[in-house]
Ligand binder design. Structure first.
Ligand code: ADP
Ligand code: MG
Length: 255
C-alpha cells in the first residue's frame, strides 16, 4: 500500500451558516508537555462527529477545552459563530457526558437530571415537565426517585445522558460514555445514540478509542494521534483512503 505523508487532510469546505463548532489553531500544554498541537477543525451543524484515537492522544483534553473545563494555551473556540473560549462552561451551550457519568451521589436521578436547569433559574414546574419528557424518551421514568448507588451501570449512564439532553444544548460532548458498559448494552446504546441524534437533530461530538463504535456512529470521523489530527472525513473515505499508515492500521483498512 502507498501512503501519503502524515499530514492532516484538508476538510471539505462548509458554509459559515452550517458550522456549529470551529476550532482554530487550538493548542494545550501541561507545563512543558504539549498534548494538543495546533488543532483546526470544523464541526458541521447537526453532524455526528467522532474523535477517535489511542489512549493518551488528547481526546478528553480536547473535549474539556470545548466544554470550558480547562483553558487552551493557544487558539480559539467558536460555537455557533461566537467566541466562547473565555466564557464559563454554563454559558457555552454545551452538555458533556463523562466516562464515569459524574452523577451527584446524594441526589435522586430526578434531581441529578434537573440540577442544571435549577441552577439556570428555571421554575420547578418547568423543570418537572422537562425531566419527565426526557425520562420518557430514555425509558427511565420508573427510576427517577432512586439515587445513583441504587442504579445499574447502564441505568446510571441513561441518567447522565438525560441530564445532558434536558438542557437542550447546541453541542453534546460524549467522553467514552459506552466504555463502562458490557458488550450487549454497548451495542444497544450505540443504536440509541444514533436514534437520539436523528430525533433531536443535535450536533454531537463523541469520543472513543473503539474503531467499530467510531465507524458505525460517525458521519464525520476525526482521527487523532499524539495530540494532532491525522485525518478528517466521512468514515468510509478514511477507511478506503487512509492518508497514513497510522490511520490504515487504526481503522483496520485492507493493506
Ligand atoms: P485521551 O483522552 O485520548 O486518553 P487525554 O486527553 O486524557 O487523552 O490525555 C492526553 C495527554 O495529556 C496524556 O499524556 C495525559 O497524561 C496528559 N494530561 C491530561 N491531563 C493532564 C493534566 N491535567 N496534567 C498533565 N498532563 C495531563
Ligand atoms: Mg480520555
Amino acid at each position: 500500500m502507498t501512503t501519503m505523508p502524515a499530514r492532516p487532510s484538508a476538510q471539505m469546505p462548509v458554509a459559515a451558516s452550517d458550522v456549529m463548532l470551529e476550532l482554530r489553531h487550538l493548542s494545550k500544554r501541561f507545563g512543558s508537555t504539549k498534548v494538543l498541537h495546533d488543532i483546526d477543525l470544523v464541526v458541521p451543524r447537526g453532524s455526528f462527529t467522532v474523535f477517535v484515537g489511542p489512549s493518551g492522544c488528547g481526546k478528553s483534553t480536547l473535549l474539556r477545552l470545548i466544554a470550558g473545563l480547562d483553558a487552551p494555551s493557544d487558539g480559539q473556540i467558536l460555537i455557533d459563530g461566537r467566541r466562547v473560549d473565555t466564557l464559563p462552561p454554563a454559558a457555552r451551550g454545551v452538555s458533556m457526558v463523562f466516562q464515569s457519568y459524574a452523577l451527584y451521589p446524594h441526589m435522586t436521578a430526578r434531581r441529578n437530571i434537573g440540577f442544571g436547569l435549577k441552577i439556570a433559574g428555571q421554575s420547578a414546574a418547568d423543570i418537572e415537565a422537562r425531566v419527565a419528557r426526557v425520562a420518557g424518551m430514555l425509558q427511565i421514568g420508573p427510576l427517577l426517585d432512586r439515587k445513583p448507588a441504587e442504579l445499574s451501570g447502564g441505568q446510571r449512564q441513561r441518567v447522565a445522558i438525560a441530564r445532558a439532553i434536558v438542557r437542550d444544548p447546541k453541542v453534546f460532548l460524549f467522553d467514552e460514555p459506552l466504555s463502562n458498559l458490557d458488550a450487549a448494552l454497548r451495542a444497544e446504546t450505540r443504536v440509541e445514540l444514533a436514534r437520539m441524534h436523528a430525533d433531536l437533530g443535535a450536533t454531537m461530538i463523541h469520543v472513543t478509542h473503539d474503531q467499530v463504535e467510531a465507524m458505525t456512529l460517525a458521519d464525520q470521523l476525526v482521527v487523532l494521534n499524539g495530540g494532532r489530527i491525522e485525518q478528517v472525513g466521512p468514515p468510509a473515505d478514511l477507511y478506503r483512503h487512509p492518508r497514513s499508515l497510522f490511520v490504515a492500521r487504526f481503522l483496520g483498512s485492507p493493506q
